[in-house]
Ligand binder design. Structure first.
Ligand SMILES: Nc1ncnc2c1ncn2[C@@H]1O[C@H](COP(=O)(O)OP(=O)(O)O)[C@@H](O)[C@H]1O
Ligand SMILES: [Mg+2]
Length: 287
């Protein structure tokens, strides 16, 4: 992994008021262009870590840096951070507050003091990216959950962040809504946005991410997603199970149906393609 580090926490510790340390002496990096899945059991600190990365919380010790420059928690420093990193919180109702979709999405760019034309262009672009242009004038309280989720993401996208952080974005979406969201995140990635997602869905992480960060009691462990999600010791510590695709890969290898060096399936579609490929089809005993 040699991609430049966009955002980093160094030696960061954090405790909520009167509470025990949630994260201590934490080093954590977000690298440009690497889709990163942040995984861990409930209460392991995923949301806290994301709020530290996006400046909503301030580490008690240690610090946050954007492209190597320490973040200052004054107006100027936080504006610089917010134009680089945007967090979409888990519950859209914690994020949406304006009367209409377009008004809500325009809030961030307006707050940056951008000229009207620029604000309009960004809102149009963000609504199009989330496929909700037709909802622009709709009152936010009349939207479905999935539509509210897309509106909240559009609000973050309108800031044109280099890093988009999403806290359990697929939670509460139906299967079709999840697929649409993954497609949208794929388009954002192709247009140059680095995407970080917290989830406890190991199958989703394996399909979607380049890298995985597992939050274990002894700190986060980060690496290429397939390698990290094969580590039963780390999965156990993080309270997670073996992803379906890794289990299938292990079975295929044990049966001699997949070379040790060949990448395993990450989805049922991958598995179907693998089984259809001549190189991996079992050779009949008599031929
Ligand atoms: N606002 C808060 N005040 C006090 N404690 C909190 C608050 N938010 C989270 N915590 C505690 O911090 C720990 C980490 O929580 P969180 O970051 O929400 O984990 P996750 O997102 O992985 O479920 C938990 O023990 C939780 O109870
Ligand atoms: Mg959480």
């Amino acid at each position: 992994m040699s991609e430049p580090v966009l955002v980093a926490l160094r030696g960061a510790s954090f405790a909520y008021e009167d509470g025990p340390a949630v994260l201590s002496d934490l080093d954590f990096e977000v690298r440009e262009g690497r889709a990163l899945a942040l995984l861990g059991r409930n209460g392991s600190g995923k949301t806290t870590l994301m709020r530290l990365l996006s400046g909503g919380l301030r580490p008690g010790s240690g610090g946050l840096a954007v492209e190597g420059q320490p973040v200052t928690y004054d107006r100027k420093g936080l504006t610089r951070l917010r134009t680089t990193v945007q967090l979409v919180v888990q519950d859209p109702d914690d994020q949406l507050f304006a009367a209409s979709v377009a008004q809500d999405v325009s809030f961030g760019p307006l707050n940056l003091g951008l000229p009207d034309g620029e604000v309009r262009a960004r809102v149009d672009e963000a609504l199009a990216a989330l496929d909700i242009t037709a909802l622009a004038d709709r009152p936010t309280h009349l939207l479905s959950y999935g539509q509210r989720k897309r509106t909240a993401i559009a609000g973050a996208v309108a800031m044109r962040p280099r890093v988009l952080i999403l806290d359990e974005p697929t939670a509460g979406l139906d299967p079709d809504g999840q697929e649409r969201l993954l497609d949208t995140l794929g388009s954002l990635r192709r247009s140059g946005t680095t995407v970080v997602m917290a989830t406890h869905d190991v199958d989703l992480a394996l399909r979607w991410a380049d890298d995985a960060a597992l939050l274990t009691p002894s700190g986060p462990r980060t690496g290429p997603v397939a390698a990290m999600l094969s580590r039963t010791d780390l999965l156990r510590q993080a309270g997670l199970r073996l992803p379906w695709g890794i289990a299938a890969t292990q079975l295929l290898r044990a049966q001699g149906l997949l070379e040790d060096t060949a990448p395993g399936p990450r989805s049922p579609e991958d598995l179907a393609a693998l089984m259809a490929a001549p190189a991996t089809r079992p050779i009949p005993a008599d031929g």
